[in-house]
Design a protein around this ligand. Structure first.
Ligand SMILES: Nc1ncnc2c1ncn2[C@@H]1O[C@H](COP(=O)(O)OP(=O)(O)OP(=O)(O)O)[C@@H](O)[C@H]1O
Length: 429
């Protein structure tokens, strides 16, 4: 089919040696994708809208061609969102047939399908293609579609997921033109530039396109547009939400109150929405990866469930653009940044509260615990230290690390290690 071939040629500039834009490299993801690709499993890039999945696919393709010497024609990239594909009867089969008969009929082709969830029936096609063992498969899509139960069952045990987040702090610095060497002298020399950019990162977050936008007004509009499309396309449409007003009120409340424990009873009272509906909507927002709910830490599931929860947002810039906030809540945005970084590092944090409060508790693979508090004042308050000590006493013998993330204080205080946020985010501690 000539039209389809034209479309594929346009989508795959590397077949004809044309250049293509790969933006700023994100090595953290590229090395993971590369490792996963060697396993022969389907590699799935999933993450919130606009976090940079398509661009990462281009970067992977660039590396395949330039570093690994893969024949450019053996790589097929398809943006499944292309309107032309929607008119085809069996789009994925048609695309593969056209590619195999015109471009590459040899072994070992790479099939890279972006936004694959746009094509109905893609799960079955993917499973069947995987079972034929003739292709390497890399797919991407926004989370709510890719991680739902249907997909997990159809391709379960056959895929490795790469969760994609907006920029981390070192990527943010790179986007802002600062390449930092992780050497103590170089870091000390650039500390004030780094701190200045950290202030901006806390406010504007890490959505790549918004970071590159210099005009503050346009940036905020862009972030609001992202939010609207996440809410509408990934929550309302996917889950057929009827009470959109209630959803909007709930999300707005939660985003304004990130990092604060809340109970469903309190939400019912404030918002006038039923508890079951609140639970359902929070779950949708988590699937769209716009919010993350954090549970109370306890070895007893009953105690965990009985206690209040907290939420954090996928991006502080997005949150600041759509909620009613004041500059005084910088501390909570900082806590949100720490939460996101813990998730990027593969952690699944809890919080804990008794006399004092511990912002994050992590269960380590060796069954020990790490407790982290975050403070962003010039002098770390004693109450943050005391809460960590209280936690250590409560879970005596199980605690491996007590960490206080600070604005600029570096010291050991008994068992507590104080680390400045910027160093912790860059992984130099
Ligand atoms: N590494 C990067 N370097 C430069 N710009 C980037 C980078 N990553 C993303 N962007 C920019 O951010 C925007 C969103 O990126 P991209 O389309 O890759 O995200 P996505 O996660 O695939 O989005 P969606 O889910 O909406 O399809 C684009 O304008 C893109 O140019």
């Amino acid at each position: 089919m000539a039209d389809l071939l034209d479309l594929l040629v346009a989508l795959n500039p590397w077949w004809s040696g044309r250049d293509f834009d790969t933006g700023v490299r994100r090595d953290r993801y590229l090395s993971k994708i590369k490792r996963y690709c060697t396993t022969g499993e389907i590699v799935v890039l999933s993450g919130v809208r606009r976090s940079g999945k398509t661009t990462l696919l281009y970067q992977m393709i660039r590396d395949l061609i330039d570093e690994q010497g893969v024949d450019p024609r053996s790589i097929l990239f398809v943006n499944c969102d292309e309107p032309a594909l929607a008119n085809l009867d069996r789009p994925l089969e048609a695309v593969l047939d056209t590619y195999r008969s015109n471009i590459w009929s040899g072994e070992g082709a790479w099939l890279v399908f972006d936004e694959i969830q746009a094509i109905p029936g893609w799960e079955r096609w993917l499973k069947a293609t995987y079972d034929r063992k003739r292709f390497r498969l890399v797919i991407s899509g926004s989370s709510s579609y890719l991680l739902d139960s249907e997909v997990s069952t159809l391709i379960s045990g056959r895929y490795l997921a790469v969760p994609v987040y907006p920029l981390d702090f070192s990527e943010y610095l790179l986007f802002r033109g600062m390449e930092v060497e992780l050497d103590p002298v170089a870091l000390a020399a650039r500390k004030y530039d780094i701190l200045n950019l950290l202030g901006q990162y806390i406010r504007e977050g890490g959505f790549p396109q918004a970071v590159r936008q210099e005009d503050g007004g346009v940036k905020a509009d862009q972030l609001r547009a992202y939010y609207d499309s996440i809410v509408y396309r990934d929550i309302v449409q996917v889950n057929k939400v009827r009470n959109q007003r209630a959803l909007a009120d709930l999300l707005s409340y939660l985003l304004t109150n990130i990092a604060l424990p809340y109970s469903y009873r309190q939400l019912v009272e404030v918002l006038g929405i039923e508890a079951a509906t609140i639970r359902e909507y929070v779950c949708y927002a988590e699937m769209a990866r716009v919010l993350f709910e954090v549970q109370y830490f306890s070895y007893s599931l009953k105690v965990q469930a009985r206690n209040n929860k907290k939420v954090y947002c996928i991006d502080t810039g997005l949150r600041n653009a759509v909620s009613f906030t004041f500059s005084a809540d910088e501390g909570r945005c900082v806590e949100n940044l720490v939460f996101l970084e813990l998730r990027r590092r593969g952690g699944d944090p809890y919080y804990w509260k008794k006399g004092g409060e511990v912002d994050f508790v992590l269960k380590n693979p060796d069954n020990t615990l790490t407790a982290i508090n975050v403070t962003y004042t010039d002098t770390p308050p004693e109450r943050e230290m005391n809460a960590l000590r209280e936690f250590a006493a409560e879970f005596d013998g199980r605690v491996r690390d007590l960490v206080l993330i600070t604005k600029d204080t570096v010291r050991m205080d008994g068992e507590i290690r104080c680390v400045p946020l910027w160093r912790w985010l860059l992984g130099v501690v």
